[in-house]
Design a protein around this ligand. Structure first.
Ligand code: FAD
Length: 692
């Protein structure tokens, strides 16, 4: 049959419609809102945006790209700060880029008159962050293959200027390995580093000061290399924040705390991930111990029907809600409590600026669900508030705090103040002139916290257990007690669930029901992160576990699993646990459960305890390890896996040292040889750490 004109019009319209439908978001010239759909890994590729950074910089007229490799958001935050400073102080045209959103094969075409920054966190055992894995493999692999065919000998990156800053933790063996290795690789390929490769140390608690000390000489060197003129920094908002008085916060399009668009629409479905949490029911919660201000929680989170799965040794991430009392304080300090439920639209003023919070939202929801308002505050951020101080006196004080490191330390850092508390300590007047954009720029996104899953997936595949000690810390010199964001929220959920007389710990007033009551019935947003902390695949292999305090969490899962295997008649090797706490009758968590496991497993389960506050001297797990050198050495000879979980700063390091001594002593080897053997165990996977 022939097509008449009407058929043709209909057909063409259908064709155009379906092209538009199938290319939605990829070819339409609208900047992608990260919250418009559940963001995916490799977002740029999926949304059809260019992965060519050279082209992107050309198109958007930028001369400075700041790549970040970030796991928990800190490196991303530093990248944004560098971008802002580069633009405001030196007139650079900056672009912040997630390192996984671009290709690396064409970096040999990086123009001479531009600069690339690399802000790279090191994760775990000297590994790249998840978003930097490909980048890391590209530059540190055997052969770097550029699109142009240039080889390493050609010094293909000789036109590239770069700046590097690493975020690491000196309590880990491979301190700042990521930035060090990338720096070496880039230099080897001919790129010219400007300034030194900075290293921030989270372990020593000096990240912020390391950053501040590194950046000034770097800016001086960069100004010289690129002929930049420093000017007086004037604040330029990165985002426009517009109140929409017409819109009611009840309207469906407004985010009231939901993590993604599909959660807002009520259509959230899997796969659930770090970008799309599952709103999981907490089916059971209890306190493993309660003494004065210390509580330890045990919770069971149901993941049945979610398609989420876990394996023994994995981590679960909990997405917290800020305490109502802190939300109120913040809104009051900035004079926005009256209009807290006004709807705001947040947009990047520059097309490349990524809005870190979902929009439209309300001030209340932004502060309660999306911003890390309770974190320690940085000197640099406080000083950006000076021009907006309510009076001259407060302004002078803020300028002094910004310029004097020691004074800032004494007045703010030592007091463990959040941003709102810091400003309250300066004046009781509200800081109404501070643009909300500045707060979005300067305050991190509220981050999920990780917990080592304390159950076995073999025994309870649909229920994830967590074991969390409630953070309630009075740091020396501080006048108030720091209440951890997530753990106190969990405590409130536990109290609510159990009908406790005070479902409001410490007057923190959590919004337990969540946005639009979606967390009602005790739900919490979670995702699962797979880890390499794993039992040997052959259960007859012996294992040695060192896990004091909540460090025992994954080992409860390990023991649960081995007890179940033993009950099924499988041959299970010696299962040795070193556990430590303050007192046997106070904080010995899972004591009764361990007794039951011992009944099931007989002699093959051995638990050696260290109680630090029972005898005249403090005894820790590492002392017990030493006392049991012979047993440990014997098990290692039988190819035991060795596991450490818990405190990274002291315990894990000590245990590592002690194990080296044990191996050397027991085998009659020099001390260095013992250390070397532990290193070898680490690289072969028979020494595994899960520390924080
Ligand atoms: P946060 O609010 O994050 O505070 C944490 C600490 O930061 C405070 O104690 C304080 O020292 C400091 N701090 C916070 N605010 C301020 C301020 N304004 N000024 C000065 N200092 C401040 N924990 C467990 O209990 N069990 C586990 O099984 C477990 N497993 C983990 C596994 C991994 C892989 C990781 C990375 C961590 C794990 N943790 C575990 C730790 C957990 O993720 C959280 O860090 C911990 O529960 C505290 O979270 P929070 O939100 O309650 O405290």
């Amino acid at each position: 049959a022939q097509l008449d004109t009407l058929d043709l019009v209909v057909l063409v319209a259908l064709l155009v419609g379906s092209i538009a439908y199938f290319t939605k978001g990829s070819y339409w010239a609208v900047p992608k809102d990260p919250y418009a759909s559940a963001a995916t890994l490799n977002g740029a590729a999926k949304s059809g945006k260019t992965r060519d950074i050279v082209e992107k910089m050309e198109e958007t007229n930028k001369n400075c790209v700041i790549f970040y490799g970030s796991q928990t958001g800190t490196a991303e935050d530093y990248a944004s700060r560098l971008a802002k400073e580069g633009s405001q102080r030196f007139g650079l045209k900056t672009l912040v880029a997630d390192i996984e959103d671009y290709d690396y094969e064409n970096l040999d075409k990086f123009p001479e008159d531009k600069v690339a920054f690399f802000v790279l966190a090191t994760y775990g055992e000297g590994e790249p962050t998840d978003n930097a894995v490909e980048f890391y493999q590209f530059f540190t692999g055997e052969d770097v293959a550029f699109e142009s065919g240039a080889s390493a000998e050609d010094k293909p990156l000789s036109s590239m200027k770069y700046v590097a800053f690493g975020l690491g933790n000196n309590t880990y063996e491979h301190y700042n390995a990521m930035v060090r290795q990338v720096d070496t690789a880039l230099t080897k390929l001919g790129a010219q580093r400007i300034g030194t490769a900075g290293e921030g140390d989270d372990g020593a608690g000096t990240m912020e000061e390391d950053f501040l000390a590194w950046k000034e000489p770097m800016w001086a060197a960069l100004s010289e290399a690129m002929d930049l003129q420093e000017r007086e920094a004037v604040y330029e908002a990165v985002f426009s924040v517009v109140e929409d008085d017409e819109k009611s916060p009840e309207e469906e399009s407004v985010y009231l705390g939901e993590p993604t668009a599909s959660h807002r629409e009520g259509s959230a479905k899997g796969p659930f991930s770090a970008h799309n949490p599952y709103i999981a029911p907490i089916v059971e919660s209890s306190e493993l111990f309660t003494v004065k201000d210390r509580n330890c929680l045990h919770m069971e989170i149901n993941i049945a029907g979610s398609n989420l799965s876990y394996q023994t040794g994995d981590h679960v991430a909990i997405w917290p809600t800020n305490a109502g009392a802190e939300v109120d304080r913040f809104l009051e300090v900035f004079g926005i409590q009256e209009k807290r439920h006004s709807v705001i639209n947040v947009k990047g003023i520059d097309v490349t600026a990524k809005v870190p919070i979902p929009t439209p939202t309300t001030y209340d929801a932004a502060v309660r669900y999306y911003m890390e308002v309770c974190a320690p505050v940085s000197r640099q951020f406080v000083s950006t508030l000076a021009p907006f101080a309510p009076d001259e006196e407060s302004k002078t004080e803020i300028v002094r705090l910004g310029n004097d490191k020691d004074y800032f330390h004494e007045k703010i850092t030592n007091q463990c103040f959040t941003i709102a508390q810091a400003l309250q300590s300066i004046t009781s007047k509200p800081f109404t002139a501070v643009p909300f954009s500045l707060l979005i720029e300067g305050i991190n996104k509220l981050q999920p916290r990780y917990y080592s899953i304390s159950s076995s997936s073999l025994v309870q595949k649909d229920k994830i257990s967590i074991t969390a000690v409630v953070e309630s810390v009075r740091l020396p010199g501080a006048t108030h007690i720091v209440k951890g964001v997530t753990t106190n929220y969990l405590l409130a959920l536990k109290q609510k669930q159990n009908g406790d007389p005070s479902p409001d710990p410490h007057g923190l007033t959590y919004s337990i029901q969540g946005p639009r009551n979606k967390y009602d019935g005790i739900h919490v947003p979670v995702h699962v992160r797979h880890s390499n902390f794993k039992l040997p695949s052959d259960p007859s292999k012996p294992i040695i576990m060192v896990g004091p305090g909540t460090g025992v969490a994954p080992f409860r899962g390990f023991i649960q699993e081995r007890a179940a295997l033993a009950a099924k008649g499988e041959k299970v090797g010696t299962t040795l646990l070193f556990f430590g706490c303050r007192k046997s009758d106070e904080d010995f968590i899972y004591k009764d459960e361990f007794k039951t496991f011992q009944d099931q497993m007989g002699d093959s389960l051995k638990i050696i305890t260290a109680f630090s506050r029972e005898g005249s001297e403090k005894v820790y797990v590492q002392h017990r390890l030493k006392e049991n050198a012979e047993l440990v050495s014997e098990l290692l000879k039988q190819k035991a896996n060795f596991y450490v979980c818990g405190d990274a700063a002291n315990m894990a390091r000590e245990v590592n040292l002690v194990l080296g001594h044990i191996i050397a002593d027991q085998r009659g080897l020099p001390a260095e040889k013992g250390e070397e053997m532990v290193k070898h165990m680490r690289s072969s996977g028979s020494y595994q750490e899960d520390v924080w």
